[in-house]
Design a protein around this ligand. Structure first.
Ligand code: PMV
Length: 320
């Protein structure tokens, strides 16, 4: 028996950081994906390998220990935790492939966690639905990272664009948002925990100012929802630019991120902003036109992906 499951990466469109203080956020699944194949082991050992990420490890899922034969994958911790919590520890072979850049704030860990969990559930014929899958995957992320927002696993499970309200209810914005965008990702990885802490510190030292910035971010996220529902691309771009300015004021931009944002706007993006925690990581530039010139300009300095939103969340296939 062989199971293949796949989950998409994500970008945060509006509301990173302010979401930590109860404000709404909007994130969308992108058409870059992680794939997990699980099959019976040919040699009585549990093996995890990835040709894309160039690693191979022998795993003991019971003790959460592994022996690396090749490469040094951080993402292994998520797979190990899924196996530890949800596998019967029989020998299996797991093959990971992914075209989501790892560690760039694009949801690679959530996508790998969701896909591994779905594949394992199908392998063991465990019943699940999207709600329970997103919940269980979030628990795994929390165990591995200490803190994790539920947004990533929700988006990677359900696909589409998701609005997380102030009361933490999520709503799928079932729309056809076809405008392509460029993601620019810096070789410098961001550290989400550190950035969240830095913002907290700034807020505590300047409550009268920073509280207003955070609530302005919440208001612009709600305007963003309205603009998305009406497919008002220029308004979405305008709000992204404001959101970037506010994120910059919280100290989460870097020279590399700011350079990408300004180059994208200069070359015709209608909006460009940091996506995710900042301090490294990625920017997103909305490009109804000029996508190639925006991509070419950014790629002189950093890596890029051309992508668009996808409604396709988790899916799997079983072969007997
Ligand atoms: O680093 P990312 O892309 O997972 O985004 C983090 C978003 C924050 O709002 C900064 C933190 C959070 O948990 O919501």
């Amino acid at each position: 028996m062989e199971v293949i499951a796949s989950a998409p990466g994500k970008v945060i469109l509006f509301g990173e950081h302010s979401v930590v203080y109860g404000e709404p956020a909007i994130a969308g699944a992108v058409d870059k994906r992680a794939f997990i194949k699980i099959k019976n082991s040919p040699n009585n050992k549990t093996i995890l390998k990835s040709y894309d990420l160039n690693f191979e490890a022998e795993i003991n899922s019971k003790s959460k220990k592994y022996y690396l034969k090749k490469g040094k994958p951080g993402i292994i911790r998520y797979i190990l935790e899924v196996l530890y919590q949800h596998h019967d520890h029989s020998p299996i072979e797991i093959i990971l492939s992914s075209n989501i850049p790892i560690g760039s704030g694009l949801g690679s860990s959530a996508a790998v966690t969701v896909a591994t969990l779905a594949a394992l559930y199908r392998y063991h014929k465990v019943k699940f639905n999207r709600k329970s899958l997103a919940f269980d995957a979030h628990k795994i992320e929390e165990t591995v990272q200490g803190i994790a927002s539920p947004l990533d696993t929700l988006v990677c499970t359900h696909g589409g664009i998701i609005y997380l309200s102030r009361s933490k209810k999520f709503q799928s914005l079932r729309i056809k948002f076809k405008t392509p965008f460029v993601i620019g990702y810096s070789s410098k990885h961001g550290n989400t925990g550190k950035m969240v802490k830095d913002v907290k510190f700034l807020k505590e030292n300047n409550p009268k100012i920073v509280n207003h910035i955070i609530s302005a971010m919440g208001n612009l996220t709600n305007s963003g929802k309205y603009a998305i529902l009406h497919n008002n691309v220029s308004k979405i771009g305008e709000l992204m630019n404001i959101n970037h300015g506010l994120l910059d004021s919280l100290g989460v931009s870097t020279p590399e991120l700011s350079r990408m944002v300004y180059l994208a706007r200069k070359k015709g993006a209608v909006g460009a902003k940091i996506t995710g925690a900042g301090g490294g990581g990625s920017i997103i530039a909305l490009c109804p036109k000029n996508i190639d010139s925006v991509a070419a300009e950014i790629s002189k300095y950093e890596k890029i992906l051309k992508t668009k939103f996808t409604n396709k969340g988790i899916y799997y296939q079983v072969k007997y």
